[in-house]
Design a protein around this ligand. Structure first.
Ligand code: TUI
Length: 321
């Protein structure tokens, strides 16, 4: 499947692996890139030295393009912005804010910049600023989210900008990818499905919770503090929902106390009681272990089949009257 994004980045499949903080390391990113997609290392809240080592490790593991994601709420963001230049990273994605401060230096360094956006206004700003593409992320996604669904956001962003749009939020199979392409997206970004990859190094508890999840297994917490986060329903998220039901300043501080470090507790320790198990709403489609190559080939192969045979599949074929 050739699109403006496969051409722009020199990759085989127009599928990005979402930059999941604490999860998307060099091992996962390189496995995705080697399988033909765009692997992305999530800098998350990690120290600069750690991210430098991960970038160097990815270069050892793959000769294909990979990206680094900079989460702009991270206090280290300015140092990370320089690090990607120093390390010769070719593609940068950003999330949770504006990359305005770094855009000029990145473009001068020849870096392809692809911000995650959650509104048309922001998409237009990014285009004016020189972004090479945008990732339109619907609120079906896991982690920190905006307010609009993929179904509503994607066509509006596609109409609002002329640069390529990548669809994120709710995509885990060929149907999702085919739908995204019909809406005008040049590619997709998937997060949750990659939690099932053998190359994804997270606790077995986290994987099992994803495999057991269904369509109503996630919940959004943190709206009160201005950083809404989607995660699996769990002892911690249930406590947060209760606390947010009667919010005062004291509980906001308490919430900060119990959520700080809770993603690490989920990813590394498999701490079911105190962990935040971030997940998209599509987790119900993720039912067991797989690997990056199978995931990519299944999504793209199924999308191609659906798009090729679409008229017959929806009863509008030549022989369907
Ligand atoms: O960034 C994400 N997803 C994330 S970051 C993350 S780590 C975290 N942990 C705890 C609390 C908060 C974050 C987990 N998941 N996705 C990209 C994304 N960006 N989603 C939404 C946005 C976004 C939101 C506002 C992008 C730009 C933006 O700008 C608003 C404005 O007008 O300044």
């Amino acid at each position: 499947m050739k699109t403006k994004i496969t051409e722009l980045l020199g990759i085989k499949y127009p599928v990005f692996q979402g930059a999941m903080a604490w999860i998307a390391d060099a091992g996962l990113a390189a496995a995705v890139s080697n399988a033909g997609g765009l692997g992305i290392i999530a800098a998350g809240a990690a120290p600069v030295e750690f991210v430098r080592d991960e970038i160097r490790r990815a270069k050892q593991l793959t000769d294909k393009p990979f990206a680094v994601n900079i989460m702009l709420l991270n206090p280290n963001a300015p140092e990370l912005a320089q690090l990607v230049i120093d390390e010769g990273v070719k593609v940068v994605t950003t999330g949770a804010g504006s990359p305005a401060k770094y855009m000029k230096a990145w473009k001068e360094a020849g870096i392809k910049v692809i911000p995650v956006i959650a509104s048309t206004a922001y998409a237009k700003r990014m285009e004016r600023m020189g972004a090479d593409a945008v990732i339109a992320e619907g609120m079906e996604s896991g982690g920190h989210i905006g307010e609009t669904t993929t179904m509503a956001l994607l066509p509006q962003v596609v109409d609002a900008v002329s640069i390529p749009v990548i669809c994120a939020g709710g995509v885990a199979d060929g149907r999702g990818m085919a739908a995204a392409r019909i809406f005008g997206a040049e590619g997709v970004q998937c997060g949750t499905i990659f939690l099932s990859a053998e190359e994804c190094n997270i606790s077995q508890q986290y994987k099992d919770m994803i495999y057991k999840a269904n369509d109503i297994s996630t919940v959004v917490t943190g709206r009160a503090s201005g950083h809404p986060v989607r995660s699996l329903k769990s002892p911690l998220s249930r406590r947060l929902v209760k606390m947010e039901g009667h919010i005062e300043t004291r509980t906001l501080e308490e919430i900060e106390m119990i959520t700080a470090g809770s993603l690490r507790k989920a990813v590394q320790d498999g701490n079911v009681e105190e962990g935040t198990f971030m997940s998209g709403q599509i987790a119900g489609l993720v039912n067991g272990p797989s690997d990056c190559k199978t995931i990519l080939e299944t999504i793209v192969g199924d999308a191609e089949r659906i798009l090729t045979h679409a008229p017959a599949l929806i009863g509008m074929g030549e022989n369907d009257g």
